[in-house]
Structure formats: C-alpha cells, structure tokens
Unconditional design. Sequence first.
Length: 425
Amino acid sequence: MQAGHDYIANLPILSAEMAKEAWYATWWSKLAGFMKQPDTNKNDPLQPAPNVVIQMMNGFVEQGRDNMLMPMLLDLVEPGVYGDAWLKGSGEPQQLKWLRIYINQMRKAVEAESGKMSTQRIKLLNMVERAKPGLVKWWSKMENACVVQALYEGASGHLTAGTNDEGIGLKVRFHPNMYIHGDSSATEGVMTAVGTEFYTKTAAEIKTMVTSARCKPASAKMLEEMRVQCSSNLLIEPLVTADGEPFWIYVVHPRTMKALRADASVYRGQDAAFNSQMMKHPALTGKKMLYYAGFCIVEDTYSVRTIATASDAPLTDLAAGDLRYGWLQAPLATSSYLFGGYVLGRDALGKGIAKNLGFTTEIDDHENVKEIGSNMIFGYNRADYFSETDESTVFSTSNATKSVASATLAKNQSSMIIFTDDMGS
C-alpha cells in the first residue's frame, strides 16, 4: 500500500486529534472557557468567559515573558456625604489587588517501535495508534492533577516545583478559604477557619487546626452553614443553569458522599424535578449528584485530597506521599485522614496557554522512529488577589526547592476548601 505525504492518517492530522481528545477527556473542559477581546481596534481589555470555573487565556504572554499581572479593581466602601456637607476633597482612593498568572513547559515522551524507511509512514501510523491511548490518558490525568493542585496549593505543580526540578520555583499558597467542619467541641454545623480567616495558610497552621478531635462528618447542618458562608461571608459567585438557577459545585470524596446520603435531611430534601434542571448544565451531564442548600454535590475519587490529622507535612500529604508524582494518584484515605472537599464558583482558576498541546517524533538511526513526544506551555493559577505591597512577596519565584508562602491577606471570592471526617460514616 502506498502512503504518500498527503495520506489522511499522516502524523500532523493525528497530532491535532490527540491534542483535542486529551483536553476534552477531562471533566474540567466542560467548566472552562476562553477570555475574549471584543474589539482589537479599540484595544478593549479581555472579557471573561461567562458562567465558567476556569478562565483560559491563550494570547497574554509578551515575547520573552512567562507571567502576566492581572489587576482587580476593588469596590468602593466608604460612605457618602449628607445634606450640604462639602463633597470636594472627599474622594475615596481607588485600590487594586493583584494576581500573577504563570506558565511553564511540560513534556512527555513514549517509546515507539523502529522501522525501515520503505514502510515508514505506515509503521508511523501504527506507532501513533499504539501510543495514542497512553499519551491521551496521561495528559488527561495530568490536566486534572494540575487543576486540583492549583485549587489546594495556588498553582499547578510545574510552577511550584523548585528550580532544581526545572520548575518556576513559585511558592505554594495554601487556600485562604480553608475550614474544618467542627470546632474545639466538635460541634456539628460549625465551620472553623484554619489559621487566620482570609489569609493564606502555613504548614504550622494546618498542623494546629486540622485534627480529628475537632472535625465532624459532612451533614445537612454543615451544608446550611456553608451556604451562609458562601453567600454572605466569602461572597463566592455561583454558576447558573440554562434556566438561570444559581448553584455552587461541591466536589467530595465518595466517603463524604456516603455520609451525606445517609443524612435524613439531605435525603428528604432531594427534589427530582429540580435535579433534572441541574443536569442541563453541561458540566453535570452524566454525573452522580445530590442537590441541597444551593450546592450541586458531585463525587470524585482522585481530585478530593486528604490530609493526615495533626499533619506536619501537608505538602506531602496532599500529594499522596510523593511531591512530584503523587497528584496523579488517588489520595490516601485511612481513619487518620480528613477529606478536603472543595466548593467552586465562577472564575475560580486561570489557565494561561502560550503553546497548545503538540506532538512530535524523534527520528534517529537512519530515520527509524524511536519516540513520540508531546509538550505544552501552560499554567493553572488559583484566583487569589493580593495588595500591591504583598504581591512581590507572595509571588516569590526561583526558589530552589518547593516551599510555602507566609500567611498573607488574600481576596478569593470563587472557591473554598472544607475538611470533614467521614471515615466512620
């Protein structure tokens, strides 16, 4: 059989197919959208994609740059003047918060068979077809791991890795909206902040606060309190269904889902008709879910990370014991671990893309194909905003090894993490 340069299954066609399949094989692709620039002639700023969890940007990096500074203008908070009081000179200063979006390259190769040039194109097709399932699955798992790591640690792993491992060396930012269900008396329906509320957390604060003696299993009372926190304290903006119904996504471990299913209030509160409306959201199609108190509750075995009670090594715990590769693995879950479910609202993460996923072949030994490679330049960053004073300290880079940023005031109105003790449920 002849297979010329324009053969339909030639590598570039399959390469594009694999890149697209790897991204759309993830659940997160249904929660993401690209920011848009509506009118380049007017130099309009990028506009956020509506009703998504992940804002993607693919044209933000200037030549020679690996990060972008994203400002957020804070709302005015001071009161006005009354009656004939003098207005002149009472103008409230405008204030900005800052978020940096970082990117880095990630690559992956797989061994392929060698062949003679006379049948190179057909053998190349066979090689790609054999390598394709493994590469697609690996990139899908890696995208999932990067998103989840950014939720817990502030940025994806190839950004927080130290420069010794060719990472950016960006410091880890443990989530400022981190809570446990319970208090010093293990009271149900109470949320207690880890460390100082609204500040990023340190390893010492997590060690102090996350203990099984204080933590309770997930319950209806907890969900009711979470609703109050999300709507009036954290101000997490909800997503909406096709019919305009607002909701937050609460992603839980199967153990947490088991505890909630056993709660009589949650069970009785299920509304089949409303659940069918929720399923109109593309992110929830085919998902097993509960709905209660404004939360669409979905379970995920891999993405919900666990942490040991009284842990003194949260970086290692969250990564299932392996800092570099553990996010690709299921979290540890024994009686001495707590489950860190997370709440998602709009615009919880930013994904910067400087180069889309692409595939290459390494040719050697008189044009025998040895490996098929893949690479992408990208980065996931959690949407935390900091003051101009703190921005340079928080976004510290070029650290040789992975390290944690100090506790710093942050504004995050798009996500939350809450630890529950569900092993006994």
